[in-house]
Design a protein around this ligand. Structure first.
Ligand SMILES: [Mn+2]
Length: 416
């Protein structure tokens, strides 16, 4: 029995709640227009995989190309019992049996409603007229300025040079603040994604042996994650052996894994759209040599420091600073940084290349305000990494962590 996330999704109440929260921040007489977007062309008739615009997905749960969300906040009136009214519409492609022979089944209106909780589902051919009506009205336009789709570019063009353009509201900052703090349903989705990743890593660990190639290790992981229903991963899986571990996002995993090498894995399955992000450092022959063990232990020390530095009130910078101190002290006692080097912390930068942690959610490096102090419900991937060119290898060990009321807890099971 293994974890299956193929039909895992968040409840529609989650999306309804998010839209209400966003609407509560809007002025009356505002129309929010958000586009799902379209898969970019890779070459000729080949496209890249489709990932919906995250703001659109966050508010709808819909993953179908070209869909559009419109939310209109109407003013209070006697008719509405003194409260403002939120009108929410979702536009989707009509069913087209001929096209669906190629592309697979499109959502029926009732299915789109079941996912999103939006009862007013309209067909896309109607969108043009409906949008014109909004543009002719006196509604203030709100949109996502981080959306670079050609649909939004088109809308921008239509409004360019008008007061409507100048008064248009960018909601991306507000949605970022919402996305930074995860609800119980989001944390559940992340836990599911982690479970898939961990089960897949376990299969790799059981099968890892000298003589294998990096891409074979990668293929085992991909196979296991896909088997469990995670068809698109959080990012391209990294499998780097030996000296290739000195390249953080190593793109060409073709080398042989030799007896005595370390293998760096960095991967993450998705569940319900949510990411996981886990890095493991394995000895290819199953046993770390002295140097490998020493570095592994130092990174574990850094993890401990990071964990105790993550709590409500902390910041990305404070966790980074604390963790680098541990790394610097460790590198000095390993003799990597000479005792004559006065400033161990700045010398440490030669070996500690990247940040210790990043927000994780719908995006693997999730949207955030980097200065914002931590509050319960934030989720981070914590990945201290030390890379020692003089030793010919380096690695990171990465786990996913939830900020709790009084500190933090692992969502993943740390490597031992
Ligand atoms: Mn990461």
């Amino acid at each position: 029995m293994f974890t299956d996330v193929s039909s895992y999704s968040l409840p529609k109440s989650e999306y309804t709640h998010r839209r209400k929260t966003l609407a509560s921040k809007l002025e009356e007489n505002t129309a929010v227009v958000l586009y799902a977007g379209h898969a970019p062309v890779a070459s000729l008739d080949e496209s890249y995989p489709f990932l919906p615009n995250r703001t659109f997905f966050y508010l709808t749960g819909i993953e179908q190309e070209d869909s559009v969300l419109i939310m209109i906040k109407h003013p209070r009136s006697n008719k509405t019992g003194g409260s403002s009214v939120l009108e929410t519409r979702l536009y989707i492609h009509p069913r087209e049996p001929e096209k669906e022979k190629w592309t697979g089944k499109r959502l029926a209106a009732v299915e789109a409603e079941e996912i999103s909780g939006i009862s007013d589902v309209r067909l896309l051919p109607k969108f043009k007229d409906d949008l014109s009506e909004i543009l002719e009205s006196n509604l203030k336009i709100a949109w996502d300025e981080t959306d670079h789709s050609h649909e939004r570019a088109h809308l921008e063009k239509e409004l360019a040079g008008t007061d409507r353009f100048d008064s248009a509201l960018d909601i991306s900052g507000f949605v970022t603040l919402l996305r930074m703090v995860k609800s119980p349903a989001e944390i559940d989705a992340i836990r599911k994604a982690i479970k898939v990743t961990e089960e897949s890593l376990e299969v790799l660990e059981q099968n890892l042996r000298p003589g294998m190639r990096e891409c074979e290790a990668l293929a085992i992981l991909e196979c296991e994650m896909v088997k469990r229903g995670s068809l698109f991963q959080s990012f391209s899986t990294i499998a780097a052996g030996g000296k290739n571990t000195l390249c953080l996002h190593y793109p060409t995993p073709k080398a042989l894994l030799n007896d005595g090498d370390m293998l760096q894995i960095d991967c993450g399955a998705r569940a319900g759209g949510y990411c996981s992000d886990i890095s493991r450092a394995y000895a290819v022959n199953g046993k770390r040599n002295d140097r490998q063990q020493a570095l592994f232990e130092l990174i574990q020390e850094c993890k401990k420091t990071a964990l105790s530095a993550i709590h409500p009130g902390a910041t990305i910078e404070s966790v980074n600073n604390e963790t680098r101190k541990t790394a610097a002290a460790g590198l000095r006692s390993l003799g990597v940084i000479g005792s004559s080097e006065a400033d161990a912390l700045s010398s440490c930068k030669r070996y500690y290349w990247h940040n210790t942690l990043h927000h994780m959610g719908l995006d693997v490096h999730d949207v955030c305000d980097r200065e914002m102090v931590f509050v319960p419900g934030m989720v981070f991937a914590v990945e201290p990494g030390i890379y020692i060119p003089e030793w010919g290898f380096g690695f990171r060990v990465e786990d996913d962590v939830l900020v709790t009321d009084d500190g933090s807890e692992y969502l993943s099971t740390p490597q031992s």
